[in-house]
Design a protein around this ligand. Sequence first.
Ligand code: ATP
Ligand code: MG
Ligand code: MG
Ligand code: MG
Length: 478
Amino acid sequence: MTSSAIRQAFLDFFKNKGHEIVPSAPIVVKNDPTLMFTNAGMNQFKELFLGEAPIKFPRVVDTQRCLRVSGKHNDLEEVGIDTYHHTMFEMLGNWSFGDYFKKEAIAWSWELLTEVYKIDKDRLYVTVFEGDEQEGLPADTEAYDCWKMHINPDRILKGNKKDNFWEMGETGPCGPSSEIHIDCRSEAERQAVDGANLVNADHPQVIEIWNNVFMQFNRLKDGSLQPLPAKHVDTGMGFERLVRVLQHKTSNYDTDVFQPLINVIAQEANVVYGAQESQDIAMRVMADHVRAIAFAIADGQLPSNNKAGYVIRRILRRAVRYAYTFLNFKEPFLHKLVPVLAAQFEGVFNELFAQQDFVQKVVLEEEASFLRTLITGIQRFEGYHADENKVVNGDFAFELYDTYGFPIDLTALMAREKGWDIDMKGFEKALDEQKQRSRAATTIDTGDWVVLDEHTDTTFEGYDTLQTNTKLLKYRKI
Ligand code: ATP
Ligand code: MG
Ligand code: MG
Ligand code: MG
């Protein structure tokens, strides 16, 4: 099945169940102070959940372009290293606004996966919320009972608040969730471990594909949970992950979603994808990042020195540096991927197709400008030695930032490759001093979903990009 057919099958399935197909919202969010980029399909429906906007269609379905590079949902550090977290990805979703609830949502997700997409039932398992005493939230026995009608209870696992209580951000709609995971390990590997179906193995071939969220609460600024006026269903399935499963690949990058980009990169770099790990990572990062950059620009967010614009600039610079260091791209190249991408998304997200010349020009300009300082900056970095504790001095990190345009997370990445840390406090201090020197301070703001207090100035919030998420799954059997 091609990726286009897979996407269409999702939309058609829910259309046949009475859902209205609606367009994706832009990836850039302009009218919500708690959010910079769309990080889930439900964002555009926030007001419907909160009861603040009229419900036009009680059931909708779509594919939403999402970006998870900052704030509560930040996957940037995984991208390219693993094979299933992207910066920009499509989230397929179906919604019920005060209409159907757990029983139908669960039954339909099972039907779609096993009967339409014909995924082997023995490779699927699901999770349900185990409850949380501190918050006074009960275990989701209703979801458990619904799943029991379809799947062996052995394959229903309980998950904690971190994994099975979905929240769009620090505030906003939230509720217990039920995730569907797939075990794509080879048969031999599955047999070798514990006889057969070891679930939730911390293994790159065991991945989450779909989340069913049962929206019931609104998280308020003071941290409390307020019941929503009605109960809703909000689901999100990672399109690229689904395609990987259905095309029987072991990496999202091996699917027809990414191969057109990878092929062009490999050809131009004169390397073979799959031959060398560091080059492969660089190719994956480039293929991934260009999607984030291109869609953000097409949706109106130009790279700049602050807020959402700086997030885009950081992603672009990260890609340029990977290209330069591991694939020897000394000239601007990323922009050449824009038409490839635009052609892929014609008829899906036409915004990019329609503006590809403009997007390409912006990317080219950004690449060219960073390449002018990147090479000297890298030479400075190569000539630098971390102290005996393997820590990069904050002033030096600031020099790379200030003189050579290295976003701090890029310097941190380069440091990590050498086994070094960065003196972030020192960096921050140098940054503060510069801010004080200049009244027209440059604000770096990488957080989204942070609750902005109108009365305080936003300050540096880049640390979250440095945290590496451990992917250990922490469920226990019921
Ligand atoms: P994971 O645990 O793998 O990080 P998640 O629980 O953070 O995923 P959700 O917020 O539940 O993800 O989003 C719904 C679906 O979107 C997931 O089931 C997954 O298929 C997909 N998804 C989430 N993050 C990414 C990403 N960074 N890249 C690609 N797909 C993603
Ligand atoms: Mg995640
Ligand atoms: Mg998860
Ligand atoms: Mg999830």
